[in-house]
Design a protein around this ligand. Structure first.
Ligand code: FMN
Length: 340
């Protein structure tokens, strides 16, 4: 069983992540982790504040001489030059602030923000880099692309940059939709015996767990509802690579809708929970959109889930052992899949 946990706050000294149950023999370099962290940090639409972040990290355990050892992996990411924000009793709409203040019986929204912020996703990405590497060693390719930004579809780098600039100048923010594809997954990952074994449900939980992700669909997703069974049966790709909660040998394809960043540069109307006066909660340093960064985070989050599913199906403690089993399984299943 592959398990992971993160800890740490936005303005704490460190974020930390622990990955347990990861096999030995996976070659990992700091550059691979840094590359994933950089993709998250420098994704289009992020604020200038991100340029100040460096995500300096240290692998504390589970890796020796550039190879994973099978022991629990832990990673520390330093939060550089951050002063703890002052106490605030003004919840920001669209954030965890109000619900968290009620839940933890506090009038200080800063205490809630510290952990509810998407800063936590840096730790998840650092751990996801290990899972992505493991999948890569099994010739599994995980990719994502942003399909739409606000109302803009058919994106190019230029049109996206122009739309982000337009929104920023207008004091507005944007949501969007991203697609995640995974190629060459062995057939039969996941299961149908219990709901929590269904791989679609597991991926849904992992991706809906990313801050601001509000929609998730597999393959044809919501569009399937309007199709007749005859039409739907003509395109096996509509399954998104999952049938009955298991990989079916096709490309895995899921999509997520990300809401517009709630923190508006001009502030949002709120109510101070001490005075009950109406006030504007300001978010001057907010990102303009999180959809590009969320797509990167989703690759890493999905990789952790899929690596876990591979380990459940094939077992094994070292990469060599697992690779042999996966190769053998692929030969066996492809004999059938090729003839369909
Ligand atoms: C990478 C990333 C960066 C984000 N940056 C911001 C931001 O700068 N300002 C903001 O208001 N929300 C930002 N968000 C969205 C909020 O974190 C999210 O809406 C909030 O935590 C509430 O969670 P919920 O929308 O899932 O309910 C970001 C999300 C992600 C994934």
């Amino acid at each position: 069983m592959l398990r992971h946990l993160t800890a740490g706050e936005s303005h704490g000294e460190y974020l930390t992540g622990i990955l347990e149950g990861f096999p030995a023999g996976v070659k990992i370099t700091p550059a691979l982790i840094e590359a994933q962290l950089r993709r998250r940090r420098q994704a289009p639409g992020r604020s200038a504040r991100q340029a100040l972040e460096t995500d300096q990290f240290k692998i504390i355990s589970g890796v020796a001489a550039g190879l994973t050892t099978g022991a629990p992996i832990s990673v520390l990411i330093a939060n550089k030059g951050r002063a703890l924000p002052p106490a605030s009793s003004l919840p920001r709409p669209g954030h965890a602030d109000l619900a968290g203040m009620l839940k933890y019986d506090t009038l200080n929204a800063s205490l809630i923000r510290e952990r509810a912020s998407a800063r936590e996703t840096a730790a998840g990405v650092a751990l996801g880099a290990f899972a992505l590497r493991f999948l890569e060693m099994l010739d599994v390719g995980v990719n994502s692309r942003v399909l739409s930004l606000g109302e803009l579809g058919r994106l190019t780098a230029e049109s996206a940059a122009a739309e982000i600039l337009r929104a920023r100048k207008a004091g507005d923010t944007l949501g969007g939709i991203f697609e995640l594809t995974v190629e060459n997954l062995p057939a039969g990952l996941g299961g149908f015996g219990q709901r929590d074994r269904r791989l679609g449900a597991r991926l849904g939980a992992a991706l809906l767990g990313i801050n601001g992700v509000k929609g998730f669909e597999i393959g044809g997703g919501f569009s399937l509802a309007a199709l007749g069974g005859k039409a739907a049966s003509l395109d096996p790709g509509l399954s998104g690579g999952l049938d009955g909660g298991m990989t079916n040998g096709r490309v895995l394809r899921v999509r997520c809708a990300v809401k517009p960043v709630p923190g508006l540069p001009g502030g949002s109307p709120s109510t101070d929970l001490k005075s009950f006066r109406k006030k504007l909660s300001s978010s001057a340093t907010s990102d303009t959109t999180a959809v590009f960064a969320a797509a990167v985070i989703a690759e890493n989050a999905a990789a952790l889930e899929l690596a876990g599913a591979v380990l459940e199906k094939f077992g094994g403690d070292s990469l060599g052992e697992i690779r042999t089993r996966v190769d053998e399984w692929r030969k066996r299943t492809q004999k059938i899949l090729r003839r369909l």
